[in-house]
Design a protein around this ligand. Structure first.
Ligand code: GTP
Length: 359
């Protein structure tokens, strides 16, 4: 942090995480085990490493589990407060809802499902030096047509917010991290859902406010989909994504205590194997996430997949790009391919059956 007064950190963790169902039926997205710890642990480690101390979590869906796990934040060197929305207030509504807890003149707001390497001290410094009302972390990406884009002028001032279009004029996208002047937060309407992207930012721009961009091109990933979630976990395990919360050494796999991997099984591609999980003889697990107590039978192949807590994969089965809910089970020799999702507790019978849609 750059000035005497550290900014507050606000983390938005109240979303329902519908794109990650069925995993998010039992835990909110920021609490899903990612490289061995809840996703939010990685983000909080980055926030702490950047010199923030006071962190406010804006919660709604499954609010209680955050405080149960992180408590007052002291073991992380943080002071964490929790604010609960009775009804989800959407992103800007959630930011407005924590205004009473803010202490500094500016607050850095984080979406709770982003892995990023941008220098937070530089982000705050840019905001303070430019005197902006709001400063957005803008990420340069290879394919900006998949996102809304945010062009800036030569001084870094945001010119407009563009919807997804086939050939955007810039490769800068909204990276889901913003520095707000506290008075701007206080100007957001209270007590109703408000979206930062759809309402607050366009409204501020139209009223002549100074919105600035801090452009960065280091690591960035929104882990909101199953494909991105497994990639993010693997990148953390392999040391490609920044964290100081990895519960082990950087490498091709992370195996938590109590897990058992048969001697001739292969586990690689940044796979994370949860506590008490079992991997049978001759099985191959690549780029995947196994929650606690999941098991994979002999000779099975599991790639780029997430296995919920206690999920079971039978001998000789093949899974690629699949999500198994908690306690789901896939029979021997089943084949499940990209996009298949098996709901918690569902049991698929043995047999070389190809399931490629939800079950
Ligand atoms: P999907 O349902 O899969 O789109 O996920 P999501 O509900 O998390 O929505 P999205 O990815 O757009 O949310 C971006 C960030 O804002 C995430 O960190 C969410 O937890 C958070 N968020 C979204 N809506 C709310 C809300 O109503 N209240 C709070 N406190 N946070 C929210």
């Amino acid at each position: 942090m750059t000035s005497d007064q550290p900014a507050d950190a606000v983390v938005l963790v109240g979303g329902k995480g519908t794109r990650l169902r069925p995993l998010t039926l039992s835990a909110p997205k920021p609490m899903l085990p990612t490289a061995g710890v809840p996703f939010l642990s990685h983000l909080l480690s980055r926030i702490g490493a950047a010199g923030f101390r006071h962190v406010v979590l804006g919660t709604s869906y499954r609010a209680e589990v955050f405080e149960d796990f992180f408590g007052d934040g002291a073991p992380l060197g943080l002071e964490i407060e929790y604010v609960v929305e009775d009804e989800p207030l959407d992103t800007a509504g959630a930011i407005r809802n924590v205004a009473g807890r803010l202490r500094a003149d500016d607050a850095v707001v984080f979406n709770g499902d982003i892995l990023a390497g941008a220098d937070l001290g530089e982000l705050v410094r840019t905001h303070r030096d430019s005197g902006a009302d709001v400063t957005l972390h803008l990420q340069r990406v290879a394919d900006p047509s998949r996102f809304g884009s945010v062009p800036t002028d030569s001084s870094g001032r945001v010119l407009e917010f563009l919807e997804k279009i086939p050939d955007p004029p810039t490769d800068q996208i909204n990276a889901g991290c913003y520095v707000f002047r506290r008075s701007v937060i206080e100007s957001i309407p209270e007590g109703r859902p408000v979206s930062v992207e759809r309402e607050t930012f366009p409204g501020l721009l139209a009223s002549g406010a100074h919105i600035h961009g801090y452009v960065d091109s280091s690591y960035w990933l929104d882990v909101g989909t199953p494909e991105a979630f497994v990639r993010g976990s693997a990148d953390l395990v392999r040391g490609l994504a920044p964290t100081s919360a990895l519960p082990g050494e950087v490498g091709e796999s992370l195996v938590l205590g109590g897990a058992h991997v048969a001697g001739d099984a292969e586990v690689d591609g940044g796979s994370a194997i949860g506590a008490d999980a079992e991997i049978g003889a001759g099985a191959r697990v690549s780029g995947s996430v196994l929650f606690d107590g999941a098991s994979i039978g002999e000779g099975a192949v599991v790639e780029r997949s997430v296995l919920g807590a206690g999920a079971r994969v039978g001998a000789g089965a093949r899974l690629s790009g699949v999500v198994l809910g908690d306690g789901a089970s896939v029979g021997a020799r089943c084949e499940l391919v990209d996009g298949a999702r098996v709901w918690p507790g569902v049991e698929l019978p043995d047999g070389a059956v190809r399931f490629s849609s939800d079950a």
